[in-house]
Structure formats: C-alpha cells, structure tokens
Design a binder for this molecule. Structure first.
Ligand code: IVH
Length: 676
C-alpha cells in the first residue's frame, strides 16, 4: 500500500513522542502529560499502524503485544559477562589501588567511575541499527537466557535508540531492578487482592524477568540502569567510561544519576561512604558501590582475570538480609492489650546492627510465613526500618530438625486473664487495668518524649516501679516522692530529685500532648493535634458525639468510635480529673474561624533525610495542623521539600524539578513565621 508521506511523518512523530513520554514517566518519574493524553497518542498510533499496515517491532505500540513463549532459548554472550571482585573495608580498597598503580607503573592519581551497585539482575541488550533485537540474562556469564519478550515491556528501555545509524551493532549491559516504591505498591495491591506477598525487590524483579508471559512481566514496574557497553560495531566509542555514559544517555538509555567520577581512591572512599549514608533515601536498593577505572585504554592494559576485570572493584555494604534460627516465640502484651508474637533469634548482624528479636506482628503473619520454632529464616533490615522475618528457608531434612508449632496462648502471659480474639487477626488480653503489662506500656507511653516528656522516667524505671507496686496508674507518677525513688537500687538522691523535678515540669503541657499521652486507640500525635485544634478544649472532646467527631479531618467512623468509647468510660474521666487535680494543665487554644490558621492549605510537603531538632512525626503533625499535606515522594505537585542530612534521591528530584527546598533550620524559621 502506498502510504501518504504525511501519514509516515505522523507515525514517526507519534513514535518519538510516545517514547519521549515513556522515558519521562518510567525513568525520570516526571510525566509531562496526563495518562489519558498518553493513551490517546498510543491509540492514534495503533490506529494508523493498523490502517496503513505499518506494524513494526521497534514501535512503542508493540511493547506488550507479544504472546507467551513456550520456554527460554539460550543466548551466547560473544564477550563474556564478568562479575566483580569485592572488598568490605577501606584497607582492601587502598590495596586495590596500590595493585593498579603497580601494574600500570603509574605515579599520578587514577580517575574512577564510581557507581551505586544496584541490587537487581544483570542483563545484556543488543541493538542492531539502533533497534532492540535481543535481551538476555547474564546466566553463567557465557550463556544466558533470551528475555527479549519481557524486556520489551519495560517502558524506560528504548526499542529504538536515538541518533544511532544503520550498519551498527551495540550491546548495552546493565542492571534491571524494581525500585522501592514499585515494590511497595506491588505488595499493597497484591495484599488487597489476596495475592502473594513478594519478599524483596530483587527476587521480584528476577521472577518478573523470567516470566514466560510478557503480560505478566508488564505488571511489574521494572527499571534499568545501564553501566557498560559490550560488543560494538560501526560506532566509534569515546575514550572513557564516563563519556560513554553521556553518549548512551543521549541515545535514550537510562543511566544512573547517582554516579560520579572521582580522582584517587580516597575520593572514591568518600563517595562510597556518602552513598552508604544516603542508602535509605535512594529510590532503589543497592548492596554497595562499584569503582571502575574510567580510562578505557587503561582498562585494556589492566585486562581481566578468569571471572572479573582487574580494573573494577565492588565495595560491599552490610547485607540487608541474613539467615538465622528462630530460637523461640514469645508473646508481648501492648498498651491496649494487643498480644504480639515476638521471635527470639540467634543473634545476627544484618543491615549494620545485631538483631536478636523481632516482631512477627500477628498470628496471620506466622501462618503466612509457615513459621515454626527451630526454623532457619531470612531476616531483613533495610535502613532504619524494624527488622523483619521475610521467609522461612525450606530445609531438605525438615522432618529431622526439631520444629515446634506456634499457637496463641489461651491466657495473658502477664496477668493470666483470658485472651480474646478482636476482629479478624488480633488477639487481646482481657485483663485491662489489672494487667501489669498493659499498665507498664501505658505508663511508658504517657511519660515518653512525644507525650508528657518526663525526662529520666525511662522504660526500665517504669517497669521497676510497677513491679514494686509503687505506681499502678499514670496518676501515681505525680505522687512519687524523691524518697521513694531514692530508695530504689542504683538510684542516687540527685537522680531521684531530678526525676521528681522533671515530673513536676511535665505538668505544664499542651492539649495535643495530653491527648496523645492518654493512649486512646488509634490516636497518634497528628490526630491528637487535629482534635485539639478542632475542639480547642478538652471538655468539648469529652462531650463530642460521633457526628461531631467525624467532622474533624482524618477522623473516620472507627476512629470516632474509639474516641467516644474512651471518653464514655468513667474510669478514664476520673483519671483525667486526678491528673488535672495534680496540676497537669495546658494553655487555652484560641478557636479560629477562618482559614488563616491553616496557611498551608492546599500545599504538599515532603520530609527527607534526618531531622535533628524534632521527630518526623512532630514535623508532620505541625504541617498537618497548618493545613499542609505530607507526602512520601516528590512530584511536580510538591510545594516544598524539607531536607535533613543524608537526604538523597528525593532531594535530587526536588532540585531537578525546581521545588523549594528548606533545611531543618529554615523549616523551623518558616513554621515560626506561620504560627507567630
Ligand atoms: S559492572 C565487568 N556496574 O554486580 C563488570 N555491575 O558481580 C561487570 N551490578 O553481575 C559489572 N550495579 O549484576 C557493574 N554499576 C554496576 C553494577 C553492577 C550492579 C551487579 C551486576 C554484576 C554484579 C557484579
């Protein structure tokens, strides 16, 4: 069919536009057009391609079109895909450079391309005449599997390279991975749909890339960072790896924005330590940094060993997953009586700390994991997130090892009251106020920093005071005498006096703090602040019915019911009175009738990095009280990013999008100005 020139031009423009938006959406998380507009472009392209018989493998309309394959065919890598030597400390990194200098007989500093070691799957992409013709896994380095059908579904990988001419062959190598956000969303959706829970982003990505059906792979939002070039024909490459990165980025290939060129191993080490510090804040998981000699001639001179190049080195970070044994499972009783299973583990160094116990959350989690006492398990601790048992390691001789099944106790381990089921998954101790565990937890909560902030009245001391029956409720705290405290073991008179002074000081509090300290179910710091600013006085909250409670922003019917139940309990009302009689008091909150009290209404803030002068929840509560929304990721809708030390990709993205950035000091000044 003779296709009019005008149509050919339109098809070409549409393909380029679609790939451009694909890149913005998938590589840079910065879409320029709404999804509906993108869909319209794609529909128009499909319509023209069908009408004029212009179907082409390299067209973005063909990404997910393929049928499932029957099995994987083998791919031989013409140039083997090597792996990396690794070091774990500074001294070994120094000797790496010493070796290089000796081999090269070099005196002056060597330039290195420093890159994050992305935790994903190594792949090879083959482009002939700029068109993606084959994608393969690394396999054993010599033979991998053909995964072209799945790689074609990855939006950020171009099917056609920009500006790459005819009669060329170029093989691009890199890491395919699933980023943290994609992993989180995937598990949230899967959990809602009753599907399986994915253990970690790496395994999920590996599973997706080895799907037979590309439609299944397309459901996993995979990404890729390209880190080297293999086979090349008909293209003259630049002289350094860093220039190759610039070149292939121009071709439309995704490269890691967190890479850097450093001179000498000391600067590289600084890069590695910086990267380690911002590891939690990166949008993707890494297991170290990779240092590569930047000059390609030098790479050639240095050559390779059997399995790894001499010109590169991986600097490994502490593993975030390790295996250990579950020695026992105990049941902890929380402030509101919830019974939580806790695994006692054979101590294991993971994610930079030694972990010897970890919460198992609830009995459903134990069932989901198929966990029994005695099992070998994988424990994961990523960043400062609490450690988690993610998987039971299947054991070939499972019958031979002694494993004990885990069941919920019939009576509370702290007070022997009956344990009752509450809802679908939770179990509770029915002991209430008579349960010493519940008492201890609620007193700890009351005295904690975000609540009444009683300095010196720590968890250990509270446990001792409850065990010795010196205090039984939070009201007793205000009756403690210096003599009572000084009579305790290892407590000097001075410390006792300091604690009593801190108790006295805590009486001057604020309504949000007091509400939070009461430990009403589901009422966290942010909610306490909402309630306080909405009702202004405690008496109004006590008197509020369900209808007026749900008027408060973020209060739903369940939360309203918890609040109402708490305040309709006469014991709680007497406790509040007792506390007020002891002198607990707070300044009156002036009601506001206009939105000037919410100057940040309609604005979205993102908090990233470490805040040193206030907790994140405190910062969040303050922002929410001023009308702002607090989001977890940066987009063009973000109004402002508050960045503390260690801020990583969120900060970089904010800079890229030109969003207002405040450090903690500026943020505090900003809040003060708004509340003055
Ligand atoms: S370079 C010849 N660069 O780490 C060098 N590898 O054992 C080949 N990896 O299989 C690898 N990020 O899967 C290189 N920026 C990076 C990397 C990286 C992750 C993985 C890759 C490789 C393994 C090394």
């Amino acid at each position: 069919m003779a296709v009019p020139e005008k149509i050919l031009l339109e098809v070409d423009t549409l393909r380029q536009q679609i790939e451009h938006h694909n890149r913005l959406y998938h590589s840079q998380d910065a879409p320029e057009i709404p999804d509906a507009d993108f869909d319209a472009l794609l529909r128009r392209l499909e319509e023209l391609e069908t009408r004029y018989e212009l179907l082409d493998e390299a067209s973005p309309s063909q990404r997910v079109g393929g049928e499932a394959i029957a099995g994987f065919s083998q791919v031989r890598h013409e140039i083997p895909m090597l792996s990396l030597n690794k070091v774990f400390d500074e001294a070994d990194l120094q000797s790496f450079e010493t070796r290089l200098k000796k081999r090269l007989e070099a005196e002056s500093s060597i330039q290195y391309s420093c890159e994050p070691k992305v935790d994903g799957i190594a792949v090879s992409l083959l482009y002939t005449d700029g068109v993606l013709v084959r994608a393969a896994t690394r396999g054993d380095g010599v033979t991998g599997e053909n995964i072209t059908h799945n790689v074609r579904t990855i939006g950020s990988i171009p099917l056609q390279l920009k500006t790459v001419k005819k009669n060329t062959v170029v093989e691009i190598r890199g890491e395919i991975f699933l980023d943290k956000d994609g992993f989180k969303k995937l598990n949230e959706t899967s959990e809602k749909e009753g599907g399986k829970i994915f253990v970690n982003p790496r395994n999920t990505a590996a599973g997706a890339i080895r799907q037979l059906d590309p439609k299944k792979a397309a459901k996993i939002p995979l990404k890729m960072y390209c880190y080297s070039v293999g086979l090349v024909e008909g293209i003259k490459l630049p002289k350094t790896l860093s220039e190759i990165f610039t070149l292939i980025e121009k071709w439309g290939l995704p490269v890691n924005p967190d890479r850097s060129v450093e001179s000498g191993v000391d600067a590289c080490l600084e890069y590695c330590l910086d990267l380690l510090a911002k590891r939690n804040d990166l949008s993707y998981e890494i297991d170290g940094a990779v240092l590569k000699v930047d000059d390609l001639d030098l790479q050639l001179q240095l050559g390779t060993n059997a399995r790894s190049p001499r010109w590169a080195m991986a600097y490994k970070f502490p593993a975030e997953e390790k295996s250990t044994t579950v020695l026992d499972v105990e049941f902890q009783v929380g402030r509101t009586g919830t019974i939580t299973p806790v695994a006692r583990l054979e101590p294991v160094f993971v994610g930079g700390v030694t972990v010897s116990n970890t919460t198992l959350h609830n009995m459903d989690e134990i069932e989901r994991l198929g966990l029994r006492i005695g099992d070998r398990v994988i424990v994961r601790r990523a960043g400062d997130v609490i450690p988690k048992v993610v998987k039971v390691i299947p054991h070939e001789d499972a019958k031979k090892i002694k494993r004990r099944s885990i069941s919920i106790p019939q009576v509370c381990p702290a007070c022997a009251s009956a344990v009752v089921k509450d809802g679908d998954v939770l179990y509770r101790c029915s002991g209430g106020i008579i349960c010493p565990a519940q008492r201890k937890e609620s007193i700890k909560h009351f005295a904690s920093r975000s609540a009444m902030d009683i300095e010196g009245l720590g968890n250990k001391l509270i446990e001792l005071l409850v065990d010795k029956e010196i205090i039984t409720s939070v009201a007793d705290i205000y009756r403690l005498s210096p003599e009572q405290l000084a009579s305790l073991e290892r407590m000097g008179e001075k410390s006792a006096a300091n604690i009593v002074a801190a108790i006295h000081k805590s009486k001057q509090t604020s309504l949000p703090r007091f509400l939070f300290a009461l430990g009403i179910r589901e009422v966290g710091e942010a909610m306490a602040l909402q309630l306080a600013t909405h009702f202004c006085i405690l008496e109004s909250i006590i008197a509020a019915d369900l209808d007026s409670l749900v008027q408060v922003s973020d209060v739903g019917p369940i939360m309203a019911e918890h609040i109402r139940v708490f305040f309709s309990n006469s014991d709680n009302i007497s406790l509040i009175k007792e506390l007020q009689d002891s002198g607990v008091t707070w300044p009156i909150i002036e009601p506001s009738h206009d939105d000037s009290a919410k100057p940040l209404l309609g604005e979205t803030y993102v908090l990233t990095g470490t805040l040193e002068q206030m907790s994140r929840s405190e910062a969040k509560a303050k922002l929410v009280a001023l009308g702002a929304k607090v989001a977890g990721s940066v987009s063009k809708n973000t109004s402002c990013v508050v960045a503390g030390p260690g801020a990583g990709s969120k900060l970089a993205k904010a800079e890229e999008l030109g969003i207002k950035i405040l450090d903690e000091g500026e943020f505090i000044v900003h809040l003060d100005a708004l509340t003055a």
